[in-house]
Ligand binder design. Structure first.
Ligand code: NI
Length: 274
């Protein structure tokens, strides 16, 4: 469930969050918090989120790319090198700030199954980890920023538009597969093709026939991948850059189209499942 993101001034963001007890791991309550953190993060342009940001004063945070769930994280700076970067925060919309952080950190935590995480992170990932763990201590980056400036790039992404009936859906299981969505009869107007993938994998090819339809949007699990504004005849080009997209279990890839004439639409996606 996508939850509202608490913003600066909300008391939960200023609290020291409590540790998750070992016996709480795997309980429906904790699992729901983790799932909601991931869903909420994916509905935004952010790269990390912490439980207090959805109103849960618990030591749980998520760092994306790749998606990593940290429970009871402890961060220890390694060495004295620092990086200065412009940070943003979903709880402080419309602003960025210059913050100095350790360049390399040791991250110790447990995952949602209680497995130990003990890793060395550097640069961007180290910065995100330090930012998220600060949230668990009731600290916003604005308290550390040496400079701030307005910025509109951190925001919630637009949700799915309402659409007509889908042309079809196919579900993937394992291995290298090609998925075909076929409208079977000519269609026109606003349509979408949707693929639902099961298992982790990588998109290695995507084709759309005819290529003359106008792509008005591409979404992966509700997150808009590209802005609209594709030109007529640009369908092939618009989806060409989707190769290499990493897919998680349950991800839905959706391509919204304007089909100008009556056409039979065929979409094919090649996926390597790992
Ligand atoms: Ni933040």
């Amino acid at each position: 469930m996508i939850r509202p993101i608490r913003e600066q001034g909300d008391p939960v963001l200023a609290q020291m969050a409590r540790e998750v007890l070992p016996e709480e791991l795997g309980t429906p309550a904790i699992e729901a918090v983790i799932d909601d953190l991931v869903s909420t993060l994916r509905s935004t342009t952010g790269v990390g989120i912490a439980a207090p940001q959805i109103g849960e004063s618990l030591r749980i945070c998520v760092v994306d790319r790749p998606l990593t769930i940290l429970i009871n994280p402890v961060i220890t700076p390694i060495g004295s090198e620092v990086d200065v970067s412009w940070e943003g925060c979903l709880s402080v919309p419309g602003m960025r700030g210059e913050v100095q952080r350790a360049q390399t950190v040791r991250v110790q935590a447990v995952n949602r199954r209680g497995g130990k995480i003990d890793a060395i992170w550097t640069k961007f990932r180290a910065i995100v980890a330090q930012h998220e763990v600060d949230h668990l201590d009731g600290i916003l980056y604005t308290a550390r920023a040496t400079d701030t400036q307005p910025d509109g790039s951190l925001r919630s992404r637009k949700p799915h538009p309402s659409v007509e009936q889908p042309l079809g859906e196919r579900v993937a299981v394992t291995g290298r597969k090609t998925f075909v969505v076929d409208s079977e009869k000519p269609v026109g107007g606003k349509q979408y093709v949707g693929f639902t993938f099961e298992g982790r994998g990588k998109l290695v090819g995507l084709r759309l026939q005819p290529g003359s339809a106008i792509v008005s949007g591409v979404w992966l699990s509700g997150v808009r991948l590209r802005k609209s504004g594709y030109k007529a005849g640009a369908a092939e080009a618009a989806i060409a850059g989707m190769e290499g997209l990493h897919l998680a279990a349950g991800d839905q890839l959706r391509i919204e189209l304007q089909v100008l004439k009556k056409h039979r639409i065929v979409a094919e996606a090649d996926v390597d499942f790992t």
